[in-house]
Design a protein around this ligand. Structure first.
Ligand code: UDP
Length: 239
C-alpha cells in the first residue's frame, strides 16, 4: 500500500471532452484516453474515491447546433449523446488499467450504463469503483460543469477537480497578456469580484453557495492529478 496520504477522501473530477482530443482536431484519441486512465489509476491506488463527470465538447456542443439554426433542446440532446460516447471510451480505458468502474448515465441507455441512483453511486464509490457520469444532468440548457457541481454536492465530494488545458485561474488570459498572474489560492467571492471565468455561472454559483472547493489544474502535465490529490501546490485552489 502507498505511504502517500491523499488530501481528499472523495473527489469529483470534471474532464472536458477536449481532454480526450490528444492531437486530433475532433473525436476521441484512444491513446490519450488510455493515458488519462493511467493517471486516474495512480490516484485510485491512493484509495481516493473518484467520480468523473465527462464532457462532450470534442464531439458536439449544443451551442454549435443552435448557431447553425437547430432547436436548442435538440442540439443539447446531441451534446448529451457525445458525453455518452466519451464515457464508454473512458470506461474501456479504465478497465484496461485494472480500475473497476461503473458508467452512470443521466438518460436511460440500459445497454451500456446504469441510471443515477444516489445511494447506489455512493455505494460504488465506497467499494472503490470509479464512477463515470455521462449525459450531465440529462436535461438541455445545462453544461457538464453545472452537472459536476450538482453531483459533487449530492454525493458528498470533498472537492471538484476541474482539469483543463491551462495551469489554473489567471488575472487575465495568459495567452494574450504576458503580465497575467496566476492565483494559487483564491476565494469564491474573489473569483466573482474579479470576474474570473472558471466555470459557467450556474455551476460556480452552486459551488459558492454550498462552499464546494474547486481545484483548477492542467491535466496534460504529468503528475499533476496525483499532486493535486496529495494537496500539493498545483493549479489554483478556490475555497
Ligand atoms: N449538455 C446538456 N445538459 C447537461 C450537460 C451537457 O444539454 O446537463 C449538452 C450541451 O449541449 C453541452 C454538451 O452537452 O454543450 C457537452 O457538454 P459540455 O459542453 O459541458 O462539455 P465540455 O465542454 O466539458 O467538453
Amino acid at each position: 500500500m502507498s505511504k502517500e496520504k491523499p488530501a481528499y477522501r472523495r473527489i469529483l473530477l470534471k474532464l472536458s471532452g477536449e481532454s480526450l482530443l490528444g492531437d486530433l482536431p475532433f473525436g476521441i484519441d484512444i491513446k490519450t484516453a488510455n493515458s488519462i486512465a493511467q493517471d486516474i489509476k495512480e490516484i485510485h491506488d491512493l484509495n481516493v474515491q473518484i467520480a468523473i463527470m465527462i464532457g462532450g465538447g470534442n464531439l458536439f456542443r449544443g451551442i454549435r447546433g443552435t448557431e447553425a439554426g437547430m432547436d436548442r433542446a435538440s442540439a443539447d440532446y446531441m451534446g448529451l449523446m457525445a458525453t455518452i460516447m466519451n464515457a464508454i471510451a473512458l470506461q474501456d480505458a479504465l478497465e484496461k488499467v485494472g480500475c473497476d468502474s461503473r458508467h452512470i448515465c443521466a438518460i436511460e441507455v440500459k445497454a451500456v450504463a446504469e441510471p443515477f441512483i444516489r445511494g447506489r453511486v455512493i455505494r460504488h464509490l465506497e467499494k472503490g469503483r470509479v464512477v463515470i457520469f455521462s449525459a450531465g444532468l440529462g436535461s438541455p440548457y445545462f453544461t457538464t460543469d453545472t452537472a459536476s457541481a450538482l453531483r459533487a454536492l449530492e454525493i458528498g465530494a470533498d472537492v471538484i477537480f476541474k482539469a483543463t488545458k491551462v495551469d489554473g485561474a489567471y488575472s487575465a488570459d495568459p495567452v494574450k497578456d504576458k503580465s497575467a498572474k496566476k492565483f494559487m489560492v483564491i476565494s469564491h467571492e474573489d473569483v466573482i469580484k474579479r470576474g474570473l471565468q472558471v466555470m459557467d455561472t450556474t455551476a460556480f454559483t452552486l459551488c459558492k453557495e454550498n462552499k464546494m472547493p474547486i481545484v483548477i489544474f492542467n491535466l496534460q502535465k504529468q503528475g499533476n492529478l496525483k499532486n493535486a490529490v496529495l494537496g500539493l501546490d498545483v493549479g489554483t485552489k478556490i475555497f
